[in-house]
Design a protein around this ligand. Sequence first.
Ligand SMILES: Nc1nc2c(ncn2[C@@H]2O[C@H](COP(=O)(O)OP(=O)(O)OP(=O)(O)O)[C@@H](O)[C@H]2O)c(=O)[nH]1
Length: 256
Amino acid sequence: MRLTGDPAPGTMNSSSGSGNFLLVPIPEYPLLDCLPNKTVKIVVLGASNVGKTALIVRFLTKRFIGDYEANTGALYSRKVTLDGEEVSLQIQDTPCVALQDDAEGLYCQEQINRSIYWADGYVLVFSITDHNSYRTIQPLYQHVRRIHPSGNIPVILVGNKSDLLRARQVSADEGETLAASLGGVYFEASARENHEGVHSTFLHLCQEVIRVLGGGNGEKRRGGLHLARPKSPNMQELKRRFRQVLSSKVKSSTTL
Ligand SMILES: Nc1nc2c(ncn2[C@@H]2O[C@H](COP(=O)(O)OP(=O)(O)OP(=O)(O)O)[C@@H](O)[C@H]2O)c(=O)[nH]1
């Protein structure tokens, strides 16, 4: 889901009466300030209502926010310290995916495909209270594989809403078995009740991305939608060209 609210950067408002927060998804710092060669790009994917946005917001703000609009795909960024090193982390929230009627394929918007192509690491989320959301994960992973047919794909599987034990439809064993089949690790989390669990889940994936990419992503294993850092202009070169233009103007006026 998408967070809404007053467009003032980084502010949070208590929506009157409900006690919920509406948060503006402004990056913590401009994307162009990303540390060169130390950027980890993560995309969060899953079925509707599983808590994708809630997990991201919990990770970034330590808060649980209960009320959102349908997700249009916000990109968040933040600096994190991993093993003593600063890394720029970009997290892409996505609209939900859904199983097609035959349960083999996926309804997946083009925007999601672009995010999958762009990302270095994948958080696949289902809700432990919704078996259908769990069934979405395998085809979703196959879809990611089709977009990245070669190479090691850093992935974690998150069974969210672990606070709703009474409504559980997916066992921890099912989660672990599925994660193992995807080559990832399974985390049960509650965006509502537990910041630490959510935090360590995201950090685990960051570490996995860095491991797979061989330390930062100076050498990308594939072409992504790079957010290129603009080169700062070379002042010496600018001055030289300025002098050149001036002298040619002087010449042309003396010849007249
Ligand atoms: N009890 C409980 N509710 C949660 C948890 N995480 C999210 N929710 C609730 O589940 C609902 C959906 O959460 P979202 O974060 O919007 O889910 P989403 O996957 O982004 O939803 P889409 O926009 O449909 O893709 C909201 O009402 C949240 O308050 C959790 O850990 N526990």
